[in-house]
Structure formats: C-alpha cells, structure tokens
Design a protein around this ligand. Structure first.
Ligand SMILES: [Zn+2]
Length: 361
C-alpha cells in the first residue's frame, strides 16, 4: 500500500500547488491577456479562471479537498504551535466569546454560557485546538454552528462529534456540511442555555452560506455576528457559488444589523484588506485610523477581531458600493434608468475582481 500512499501524497501536493497558483494565474492571465496579440487574448483570459475553477471544484467537492485540508492543518500546527495570532476574548455578564486561531489564518470560536457551562463552537476547523480550549474551560460542547461547507470551516465537525456524541451540528441544508444533524432554514433560531443564535441565509461565497447572530441582551452586551466567509474586517469572501447580485443582498443583510453588532469573522485578513481599501479611498480618515491600529496589532501578532458593523460601514469597500468615492475608484457610473441595486452589484463585482488581483500580487 506504500505506493498508494505515495500516489495520494503526490496528488495532494499537486492540488496544493494548483490552488496556490490559481489565484495568481487568474491575475496574471488577466493582465497578460490585455497585452497579448488579439488572437491569444481570449484563450489567455480564460486560462486563469478555468484553472481556478478546477482547483476550487477539487477542493470543495472531492475527497482530495479533505486531504488538502488535513495537510493544511498539519503544516499550520508545525508553523504556529500556539496559533497564528494572540486571541482577544470578550467577556460579558454571564457569557464569553473565545476566538481560537487555527490553520494559517482561520478563526474558530467557542461561545460559553457561564451559568450553565454550555458551549457552542463556531466553524471548528482544527478539532484539537478547539478541544483543548473546551478542556481548559471545563465546559460541555452542546452544539457546532457551521457557516459553510469549506473544510477550513467544517473540517473539525466529525472529530468533535465523535468525542461529544450528544453535540448537534447546525448549518444550511444547501451546503454539504459534514455530520450535519440539524439543517437550518433562514431566520431559524438555535437556543443553548441562555445563548440565542439566529441563523441568517447569506449565499454568494457558497450556495448555502449562513451567518449566526447571537443575541447580546441576556448578557447586557451588544449582539455578535459570526460571519464565516461572508464578511471580514474591511473585506468579504470570494463569490464562488453565486452572482454579485446574490452576494450584494447577503452583504446588505449584514450592513443592516445594529451598528454596535460585534463582527467575528472567519479569517484574520484585516491588514491586507485594509491596505487594499486604502488604495480605493486614500483619504478616508476612518480607514487610516483603523489601518494604523491594525498595523500595530499585527506587529504584535494580536487578533484584530472583533470590529463592529458600524465601523465596517465606514471603511469596508464591499459595504460601500453606494458611495461615490468607491464608484469613482472603480471608474463606474450609473447608467440612465439602471436599477440602483444592479448598479451596486456591478460596483461590487469590480471591487471583488480588483481585490482578487491585488491578493495575487
Ligand atoms: Zn470558504
């Protein structure tokens, strides 16, 4: 069987290389296509997205994706034995939110109802890291809330479910979430002890992406949004399984939450996202202030979450498609008679494309 293991290792390595290169390939193909002879422009422009599509489908829909994820976990544990960032827990009256830095830039979360000692894990991607926090806190894991099927958000479901057999696994029935026990529909609530979460359907990144809104009132605090790959500090997830229109509607839903809602995203991307946003709005004072703070935090390897929805609306370009400054930066103008949301979706599409290219550089 050694030959089979060797073959599998090679396939996983190939997949890793393909995924790593696909974003870059997309950007390079797009820029080169513009400069290439006319005959070659179309095939070159298609090559990047095609490679990306192949890599994405292998990752999201095949066993190879799981093997790739396992490799990511192993490498991250070697590289960051204590996590990629220093987490900043939030403690309220009777409730705690503990960010758990996992893989190379993901966050899982453990939300604890202190009175009942019940805990809920959000997107537990590295089961060992989450289990170690569960043990340290001495709590009972009652539920896993999964935002979407990607392995870096759902890869720990099976191992934790094996260890905590009564634990329920919640998520959208539209995504293939591992070990799902309780499929959710839009606006359904989940109650664990005094923790009340509302599941909100936010497709775009994946076809069944959901975010979870925790009611802060029982704990005399603000609400908390666990946003997975919908919304990051100054960024948003890639639109893998939807249209810009779908993603815009999902982002609007987040933007319409109370301003003081705490944002707990699925990744630590703050510095890169703010640097990109700074290119679009170099004069935005809120952005400059946040960039300075994030720079300091990241120099000390501190986590940058949470921010708030109110803050995000001041600098996150993906929540600012209605702003003239962002439209001007994209060189886009509303056509006469064009529907406002159709226009904003065009702006969102362009911001997203530019961010993809920016990341690739
Ligand atoms: Zn994802």
């Amino acid at each position: 069987m050694a030959w089979l293991a060797g073959l599998l290792r090679r396939i996983v390595a190939l997949l890793a290389a393909l995924l790593a290169s696909s974003c870059r390939a997309l950007a390079i193909a797009a820029s080169k296509a513009r400069a290439a002879p006319r005959l070659l422009q179309l095939p070159m422009a298609l090559a990047g997205p095609l490679l990306f599509r192949i890599g994405y489908n292998l990752y999201a829909h095949t066993r190879l994706g799981y093997l790739f994820y396992k490799r990511q976990v192993k490498k991250a544990r070697e590289r960051y034995p204590h996590g990629h960032s220093l987490p900043q827990p939030a403690v309220f009256s009777g409730m705690k939110i503990l960010p758990i830095p996992v893989l190379s830039n993901n966050y899982s979360y453990l939300v604890i109802d202190i009175d009942s000692n019940c805990a809920v894990a959000v997107d537990p991607s590295d089961p060992l890291a989450v289990q170690s926090v569960i043990e340290k806190e001495g709590v009972t894991l009652e539920a896993i809330l999964c935002t979407h099927k990607h392995w870096d958000h759902s890869g720990g479901n099976a191992a934790l479910k094996r260890r905590h057999s009564s634990c329920r696994v919640y998520g959208s029935s539209y995504d293939d979430i591992p070990e799902l026990t309780d499929p959710l529909s839009d606006k359904e609530t989940i109650t664990i002890g005094r923790l009340n979460f509302k599941a909100l359907f936010t497709p775009g990144h994946t076809v069944g992406h959901m975010v979870y809104l925790l009611d802060g009132k029982p704990f005399e605090g603000p609400a908390s949004l666990f946003s997975g790959d919908l919304l990051f500090l100054s960024g948003c997830g890639r639109i893998f399984e939807g249209t810009p229109e779908t993603m815009l509607a999902s982002l609007d839903l987040a933007a319409n939450l109370a301003e003081d809602t705490l944002l707990w995203p699925g990744h630590e991307y703050a510095l890169e996202c703010l640097m990109f946003a700074n290119l679009l709005e170099p004069e935005n004072p809120f952005l400059l202030q946040k960039l300075q703070w994030v720079n300091q935090q990241r120099t000390e390897k501190r986590s940058t979450c949470p921010s708030t929805i109110g803050e995000e609306k001041q600098y996150n370009p993906f929540l600012r498609t209605h702003c003239q400054a962002i439209q001007d930066a994209m060189g886009l103008q509303r056509q006469s008679g064009e529907d406002w949301d159709v226009f904003r979706a065009r702006v969102l599409k362009e911001v997203r494309l530019r961010k993809d290219v920016y990341k690739a550089n």
